[in-house]
Design a protein around this ligand. Structure first.
Ligand code: AHG
Ligand code: MN
Ligand code: MN
Ligand code: MN
Length: 336
């Protein structure tokens, strides 16, 4: 299998998804069309991010979102791009975006059978300094096309059909699962195609890295404090773990997925439900972690078992290598 064959046998994300979807007989290509519109949005945002500094796309947009965060210009631009791409796909019915207070119900004339929950630009605090940022998305199927309600996006994470993220960093990498494993694709700018570069990603069973904002240590509960203490001062004579925290969930999760380890955004006294949003941060990343052989825990339960009651609901999350999350679960059980 020479390198040339590799180069000519281009496995693009569209071909890869078509192959996956063709396995279920009733697939009519709707999901592939939906995905191609998500990919289009990612390509657009990637190009906007790459020239953000030049195209005056850094800095504030002068608005504040429902999260109480000052919206960056790129937050607003990427949100508009994804909403337009998803609506124009003709395959969506309800959209939930971090940047929109209410869910978007697509015009019945353009409706399809999918609901997409997305964080158009994750890691906004890192835009202006050029640190990796990303887009996160999760996809549900509506329950009854003749009775579309908000309940269609308040489903447990276990009902998600697919989830993924795109990371805008040194290269543009899209990581996706449609429920049968996790695959990574890298944008080849000369082709404008995402090419399969990380087939069948599996997270190491145990890692040597922990990823948490230590600045919140004062507010942690006993289980988190004890886990982090064990990472720094291991009792069993093993070497201390490394701390890596980028502050963009997409970048911290991508490193965790490829290198192993555990990412924590715990509850704390300030925010009893933690900071990360269930529908478009916790669920998609938990879905991917489970598909890659890892796991994701909220401090009380398996993250995907959560049933959200509001579209911007938050939850604490501990996700990554299977054995590392088991340690956190044991500490919560012991110290509950
Ligand atoms: P967003 O930029 O989409 O609002 O998300 C930011 C999130 C997530 O990307 C990251 O893990 C977390 O905020 C970092 O929070 P702290 O700065 O509190 O550590
Ligand atoms: Mn935000
Ligand atoms: Mn985010
Ligand atoms: Mn965001």
């Amino acid at each position: 299998h020479t390198a040339d064959a590799h180069r000519t046998d281009l496995m693009t994300i569209t071909r890869h998804v078509l192959n996956e979807q063709s396995r279920n007989p009733e697939s009519r290509g709707d999901f592939t069309i939906l995905l191609s519109h998500i990919v289009l949005g990612c390509k657009f945002v990637a190009s906007a991010v790459n020239k953000a500094g030049l195209a005056k796309l850094i800095g504030l947009a002068g608005e504040t979102n429902v999260q109480g965060e000052e919206q960056k210009k790129l937050d607003v631009l990427s949100n508009e791009v994804f909403v337009k791409a998803l609506v124009s796909s003709g395959r969506t019915c309800i959209l939930v975006s971090e940047e929109d207070e209410e869910a978007t119900f697509v015009d019945p004339a353009l409706r399809g059978k999918y609901c997409v929950c997305f964080d158009p630009l994750d890691g906004s605090s890192n835009i202006d300094c050029g640190v990796s940022i990303g887009t996160i998305f999760g996809i549900y199927m509506i329950k009854d096309k003749d009775n579309v309600t908000l309940e269609d996006v308040l489903q447990p994470g276990t009902n998600m059909l697919a989830a993924g993220y795109c990371m805008y960093g040194s290269s543009c990498t899209l990581v996706l699962s449609t429920g049968s494993g996790v695959n990574g694709f890298t944008l080849d700018p000369s082709l404008g195609e995402f090419i399969l570069t990380h087939p069948d990603i599996k997270i190491p069973k145990k890692g040597k890295i922990y990823s948490v904002n230590e600045g919140n240590a004062k507010n942690w509960d006993a289980a988190v404090a004890k886990f982090v203490e064990k990472c720094k001062y291991p009792k069993d004579g093993s070497p201390p773990k490394s701390l890596r925290y980028i502050g963009s969930m997409v970048a911290d999760v991508h490193r965790t997925l490829l290198y192993g380890g555990v990412f924590l955004y715990p509850a704390d006294k300030k925010s009893p439900n933690g900071k990360l949003r269930v529908l478009y941060e916790v669920f998609p990343m938990s879905f991917l972690m489970e598909q890659a052989g890892g796991q994701s825990f909220t401090g009380k339960e398996r993250a995907l078992d959560l049933v959200p009651t509001k579209i911007h609901e938050r939850s604490p999350v501990f996700l990554g290598s299977y054995d590392d999350v088991e340690e956190i679960k044991a500490l919560y059980a012991e110290l509950a």
